[in-house]
Ligand binder design. Sequence first.
Ligand code: ADP
Length: 403
Amino acid sequence: MKILVINTGSSSIKYELFDMDHHVKLAAGLAEKISEDASVLKHEKVNKNGESVKKIEKQKIPDHRAGLNRIVELLTDPEFGAIQNKSGISAVGHRVVHGGEHFHSTTLIDESVMKAVRENVPLAPLHNPPNLIGIEVAHTVFPESPQYAVFDTAFHMSIPKRAYLYAIPMDMYVKDRVRRYGFHGTSHAYVAEKAAEHMNRPLSDLNMITIHLGNGASMSAIQKGKSIDTTMGMTPLEGLVMGTRSGDIDPAIPFYLSDHLNMSLKEINTLLNKKSGLKGLCGTNDMREVIQRIQTGDEQAKLALDVYTYRIKKYIGAFYAALGKLDCLVFTAGIGENNPLIRNLCCSDMNELGIELDNERNNNPAKGIKEVNSSNSRIKVLVVPTNEELKIADETKKCLLSQ
Ligand code: ADP
């Protein structure tokens, strides 16, 4: 069984083709700057021995349909492809950012699903419209393959009202759907499953805090396999300090910026989403650069890292209290998987809470699932590489087989 996973952005299509009988990636790629003269398509085919053959094309891709058609040509190319023709694709799994309150799990896409995703556009104006374009285009390119939507928000639909309601007039929730939704659900769900497998215990027996630290960053409190709280809110702006997003701030700050600096709503939106976080604090959103600068004695970069890790630590405490009992902490995504210093700072001085790292294990650069806690630590601390595309393919396969 071959499953194609598609993640469509406003000017990009990211894709991965999986052989689900052997659970391996066959090909992957990214078409960027669609509709610009400088379009780029980077494609790779993964051979049986794990080596990849790469192809980069630099020619204008006029629109998403042309992009997906070119991707199909590459996927079926005798040299760079992995299948003979597109009917070799059993199903297509789409990443859809916002499922609102409609979708609690992966869903076969039909007209009513499209309508519901459209209704959620006001909640995710930057993400749901391109996701919809991806689905529409894929329907015409793969008319015979069923299409499934895997929602970033679905995993968090188990969060109870006390955690997802904001303390603002109730009508705002009832009529206008203002509540916390949470994102990165596919990643939190995936690493939680992998952590349970690693611990050789059923997920339904475990309480975890999963910490996804990429360009965007969020945490999830997971009780017996179900999300009971998360750091992101109605939008991905809430919660942790991120690459360019502020995370939590006093909600009155925008009024102050408007009154005293004469900033428009649009400018404040850009400030908090694109110019804040690590970038706002020290001028770069790339954590590798922050670390390099700290190593050369840069105080501003050090301060940015302090703010970044303190916020995570604070949420570990909050989620620990919400869960009551904690079995494991899981670090994942670009920063969480690769940066021992950050894991160390987030877990520092928490021996009394049963969290203690082992320096040697934590600094070991080996890839794959790693246990980085000391043998005295009551709570396991794991590094689990995330794989959102594989999780989308797994979810798609599960739904396909159940129909
Ligand atoms: P995205 O949210 O775009 O998928 P990633 O999960 O790829 O992001 O994470 C991107 C972040 O990971 C960047 O800040 C990058 O600097 C950081 N990162 C990647 N490798 C390392 C590393 N070895 N050490 C520190 N940070 C890293």
